[in-house]
Design a protein around this ligand. Structure first.
Ligand code: GLA
Length: 379
């Protein structure tokens, strides 16, 4: 495709047309291009502002490495995570058949722009291909010693292939994701992983990752890590891993939170507790929903909540900065409000959880971090 810029007759704005290789241009491409926003060139870079504290990342998809989204990404972030493209269902859709194209494109973009890459993730109970928990005849794996050995082998093969494919291009891996369920008496999520291997898959995942990526930092990643019950299980698991000599470097705190909860003191307390075990902490999936409950819904972002969000981001980053050394990276789960998983979770509705709006313009959330003086006075 060739990009061409020309004025639209009768319109007040310039519009970028997309031509196919044969010189024609499609209606879709014209519409898509006409709506392209322009990023603000004259505001401070987020990652430059926080350079002395930690790298700042965004979870991205292929739409973020072209056009204005890529400009926004390059200006404000110095780390990326693949939102989906490194998950099992995408990189090993059929056993032994690895497809890295989409992930490679993100990594190449990051390398070309001197960004760090977090790998996400190696073992999870979601976004897996069906075959993973099935036998050769398509039946669900039952918990037997043979199936345990089979699943452990599949896990090792997957991790060896994926982690060695990216090598030193990935500095940190979320090795296991969401293994804790505080509603279970022992705290372990009843995933097929657990039902078939017990907790052995966790040890195997870390040991295998370390074997193939001796330089990468290895994390256990989860949500609601500030919840005292869940946190106690996670602390016990980390201690157990350490006592067995399993190579774990840190805890990834997803931090899908809202305007009110958890408090920054609960966050700080949590980070200190893990730090006291000698492991690192990273904030891996930060977003701040404007909602408290699944039954709320706004069709437009209420201004008062956007102001509150500005103050919320200010206090969060003050806390993260105070924990400097104990938190080595902060990653947002998305780049701007035009692409966030929260429009589908927990129900389908609009949400505005990130620093940039759907037109890629800085919100008060951004100013809360970069220059809180710009926030409106609190009443
Ligand atoms: C979890 C996972 C992420 C992502 C988010 C929501 O937090 O770790 O990979 O799927 O849910 O999109």
């Amino acid at each position: 495709m060739i990009l061409g810029r020309r004025a639209v007759l009768g319109s007040l704005f310039a519009c970028t047309f997309v031509f196919a290789a044969d010189g024609t241009r499609t209606k879709e491409s014209v519409l898509a291009q006409a709506a392209q926003p322009t990023i603000q060139a004259d505001i401070p870079s987020l990652c430059a502002t926080l350079a002395a504290d930690f790298p700042v990342g965004a979870a991205i998809w292929r739409g973020d490495i072209a056009g204005p989204h890529s400009e926004l990404l390059k200006k404000h972030f110095n780390s990326i995570t693949a939102e989906n493209d490194m998950k099992w269902e995408y990189v090993e859709p059929a056993e032994g058949n690895f497809t890295f194209g989409a992930a490679d494109a993100l990594v190449a973009f990051a390398k070309a722009n001197h960004m760090l890459v977090r790998g996400h993730n190696l073992a999870w109970h979601r976004q897996n291909p069906k075959w993973l928990f099935e036998d050769a005849t398509g039946n669900e794996l039952q918990p037997t010693p043979e199936n345990k050995a089979l699943l452990q082998r599949r896990l090792q093969n997957h991790i060896r292939a994926v982690v060695s494919h990216f090598g030193d291009d990935i500095y940190a891996w979320d090795v296991v994701n969401e293994v804790i369920d505080p509603d279970q008496p022992d705290g372990f999520r009843r995933s097929p992983w657990f039902l078939i291997t017990g907790t052995d898959y966790i040890d195997t995942a870390f040991r295998t990752a370390r074997e193939v990526a001796p330089h990468a930092k290895l994390y256990i990643n989860d949500y609601d890590t500030t919840d005292p019950r869940k946190r106690a299980f996670l602390l016990a698991l980390v201690k157990g891993l350490q006592s067995r000599g399993v190579p774990i470097d840190g805890v990834g705190h997803q931090m899908h939170i809202n305007l009110n909860r958890p408090s920054t003191s609960e966050i700080a307390e949590t980070i200190r507790m893990f730090s006291a075990l000698g492991v690192d902490n990273q904030i891996t999936e930060l977003d701040v929903s404007v909602y408290d409950h699944a039954d709320q819904r706004y069709d437009a972002a209420p201004e008062a909540l956007l102001v509150k969000q500005g103050y919320r981001y200010e206090e969060l980053f003050d806390t993260f900065r105070q924990l400097k050394g104990k938190i080595t990276a902060v990653t947002f789960w998305g780049l701007a409000d035009d692409h966030t998983w929260l429009t589908e979770f927990p129900v389908s509705r609009q949400d505005w959880p990130l620093l940039f709006d759907a037109q890629l313009q800085a919100k008060l959330a951004y100013w809360g971090i970069v220059d809180p003086q710009r926030l409106p006075q609190k009443n």
